[in-house]
Design a protein around this ligand. Structure first.
Ligand code: ATP
Length: 474
């Protein structure tokens, strides 16, 4: 992957219709983004790739649960009590920060300045911090200043719940409170029995879901990385207690491989084990991607014991156990969770695809091209059909082919400008195949197919083109 700045990605995303700021004509809404014509295709292709790899197998079923759920769900899950971040305000700039992030940035600065021992000690102190005062004391002791104003005049740290609250029905009182779900996982846990009873699954089996999640993040930042509305792709794998070490290893490898199969490379991906485990977790690891601003989590794999199902048993009064019909054994299953952000990994795939390179132009001179090297499965437009010139029957031939390809996948037709410019336009949006119709096409029915990355061209019979492309994008 090439070094690219976030500004370049944001500007390309807007210019070519991948991502726009939400409500842009009103000045935008912080932490919310809209997907444009190309972005929505890329996002759908990404979700499809995940859905196929997770649910087109014997042991995993898909669901699509409602975003609004019974408020007791979030008491059982621990979100009402614990889904909080420590927040601090600077009295001079009035800027608000996540206290733990301020400290993490300070640790990174110490590391950069070669103060490794101090950084290590502070990291240990941060991971032991529980109470608001613990975070506050670190900020004071370390004399951490506001990045915006340089001021050290801080308010006390307070915990802030990240769930968006709203009301169901016309009366806004405590009895009508509902939350916008902050994760999709709970929709899976509460449907565990329904799926078990209505499918032919037995332990071990999984349930997968893709959907929107909402978090009232204190600081949104880095484009799609931390937003208030986003999409998750989560899978909960229900297993027999005791199998969790083996299954955790299995899923961690599977998920890493998935990114590689879609064109990511090992220099931009790494595992990061959690320093601090949630009290119910037996193990947890993140898959991190090397973003333009540094390494950041794109997926978490968590070994969650029987915490979730046991809590829902307790709060709902319903049995959520599995009975082995052979051995008559009863148990509440353990869970391995894989949780990836669709929008956050969309951004990772976009950054990874971005390439600027020097190639010879039509005259053989050195030229620069920007190309998005998406895996063909992810590319928003799969092929472009380009008549070499706008005459001699080429447009008619091209349009017939275009209409036929359009029945199977997303294609563009372009007859304006010189062929070289049209190729560059497609390169910049990541179209893997350009099909050119020239004089020979009219005499022998063949066309050229140019592959985006190698720029090599082959000649194929026009009626073989669809199959050729389908083989590469499915
Ligand atoms: P963080 O520590 O970054 O806040 P988290 O550990 O709380 O994230 P999880 O709850 O494990 O994140 O969420 C799983 C996945 O959902 C993350 O790996 C990420 O891809 C995605 N995700 C979480 N929060 C956001 C957000 N605010 N914006 C975009 N994607 C998010």
């Amino acid at each position: 992957m090439q070094q690219v700045t976030l500004e370049t990605i944001v500007s390309l995303a807007k210019r070519r219709g991948f991502v726009f700021q939400s409500s842009e004509i009103y000045g935008g809404l912080n932490g919310c983004w809209d997907y444009g014509p190309l972005g929505v295709e890329l996002l759908r292709n990404l979700k499809d790739a995940w859905w196929k790899s997770m649910t087109y197998r014997d042991d995993i079923e898909g669901i699509d649960a409602a975003i609004l759920m019974h408020p007791r769900v979030w008491e059982a899950s621990g979100h009402v009590a614990n889904f909080t971040d420590p927040m601090i305000d600077n009295k001079v700039s009035k800027a608000r920060y996540r206290a733990d992030n301020l400290i993490e940035e300070h640790i990174a600065k110490l590391e950069k300045n070669g103060k490794h021992e101090r950084a290590r000690n502070l990291a240990a102190r941060l991971s032991a911090a529980r109470e608001p005062e613990d975070f506050y004391q670190i900020i004071i002791d370390e004399e951490i200043a506001d990045p915006a104003s340089g001021s050290r005049d801080w308010t006390p740290v307070r915990y802030f719940n990240l769930m968006f609250k709203t009301f169901i029905g016309s009366v806004e009182d405590a009895n009508s409170v509902v939350y916008l779900r902050p994760e999709t996982a709970q929709g899976i846990f509460v449907n565990f029995r329904n799926v078990l009873d209505s499918s032919r699954q037995k332990i071990p089996f999984g349930i997968a879901q893709i959907g929107k999640a909402f978090r009232n993040e204190i600081n949104t930042k880095y484009f799609l990385f931390r937003t208030r509305e986003f999409e998750q792709m989560e899978m909960q794998y229900f297993i027999k207690p005791g199998m969790h070490v083996e299954q955790f290893e299995y899923w961690r490898e599977q998920r890493f491989q998935w990114f590689l199969e879609l064109g990511m490379t090992t220099d931009v991906l790494r595992f990061k084990p959690h320093d601090k485990l949630a009290h119910y977790a037996a193990a947890a690891v993140d898959i991190e991607f090397k973003f333009p601003f540094g390494w950041g989590e794109i997926e978490g794999i968590h070994s969650r014991t029987d915490f979730d199902l046991s809590r829902h048993e307790e709060y709902s009064g319903k049995k959520l156990e599995f009975v082995d019909t052979g051995t008559k054994e009863r148990f509440v299953p353990y869970v391995i969770e894989t949780s990836i952000g669709a929008s956050r990994s969309f951004m990772a795939f976009l950054c990874h695809a971005y390439t600027v390179e020097h190639v010879p132009d039509a005259e053989g001179d050195d030229a620069e091209r920007t190309v998005l090297k998406f895996h063909p499965k992810l590319a928003p437009i799969k092929a472009a059909v380009l008549p070499l010139v706008k005459k001699d029957g080429m447009p008619e031939f091209a349009e017939k082919l275009y209409r036929d390809l359009q029945k199977s996948f997303n294609v563009q037709y372009d007859e304006s400008a010189a062929i070289g410019r049209r190729y560059r336009r497609q390169d910049e949006i990541g179209t893997p195949f350009c099909i050119t119709i020239d004089g020979e096409s009219l005499s022998d029915g063949t066309v050229t197919v140019r592959e985006r990355d190698s720029m090599q061209q082959i000649r194929l019979a026009a009626d073989k083109v669809k199959e050729y492309i389908l083989q590469r994008i499915l």
